[in-house]
Design a protein around this ligand. Structure first.
Ligand code: DX5
Ligand code: ZN
Length: 213
């Protein structure tokens, strides 16, 4: 299991130290939640802060765009070259065009599905993707409760990917803790995003270790 530490729950006043700490604690990726105040009722970070995070991080960045204007934000973040750049299928008019644009920039494209969004939206896109991010909370905030119907969705996506032969990782985001990681792993996830569980713990190393099962 790969662990992506979501800096949304970090102490932003000590962002540099927090990034160093999670990298040293064993995080595989740093997950960056970009929110525009429209698609989700919260505002977070833009390219200037991302640039600073990139300088501090010793592991690759995983950028999750939660925005209305997907095209605009992809163009804004593309020059920063994170490892993964993911956008919500609910706001993409021409997802295949966006996937191609991201890949041409040397970045791994990923698509995000809200908890209520059906997996069949991925049917003709799966083979073009490096990762699918399944939301297990309604996007916008850290520290929310895991929506248990996500487990069935993870298992169904696992089956879809295995049947199709696509080389696509399954990432799960929201409400992930040491208490539910076993079920999430069993359902077929490859990467988990965790924010409050890591940053709210006494030991980042122990928290990340608990997720790497
Ligand atoms: C929610 C974000 C998540 C969030 C996860 O909209 O996409 O990445 O930071 O936080 P936790 O792990 O606290 O649910
Ligand atoms: Zn996220």
């Amino acid at each position: 299991m790969y662990v992506a530490a979501s800096i949304l729950s970090a102490d932003f006043g000590r962002l540099n130290d927090e990034i160093n700490a999670v990298c040293d604690a064993g995080a595989d990726l740093i997950h960056i939640d970009v929110m525009d105040g429209h698609f989700v009722p919260n505002l977070t970070i833009g390219p200037c802060v991302l640039n600073a995070i990139q300088k501090a991080a010793k592991v690759p960045l995983d950028v999750h765009l939660m925005v209305e204007d997907v095209d605009f934000f992809i163009d804004l973040f593309l020059p920063l070259k994170p490892k993964f750049l993911s956008f919500h299928i609910e706001r993409a008019t021409h997802p295949l065009r966006l996937i191609e644009k991201i890949r041409k920039a040397g970045i791994n494209p990923a698509i995000v599905l809200n908890p209520h969004t059906n997996l069949n939206t991925l049917e003709y896109i799966l083979s073009e993707l490096d990762m699918v991010l399944l939301m297990s909370v309604n996007p916008g905030f850290g520290g929310q409760k895991f929506i248990t119907s996500a487990l069935e969705k993870i298992a169904n996506l696992r089956e879809m990917i295995d049947k199709s032969g696509a080389k696509c990782l399954i990432e799960v985001d929201g409400g992930i803790t040491g208490a539910n990681i076993a079920e999430i792993e069993l359902a077929g996830a490859d990467v988990v995003v965790a924010g409050s569980f890591i940053f709210g713990s006494q030991s980042y190393t122990q928290a990340i270790k608990a997720l790497k099962i």
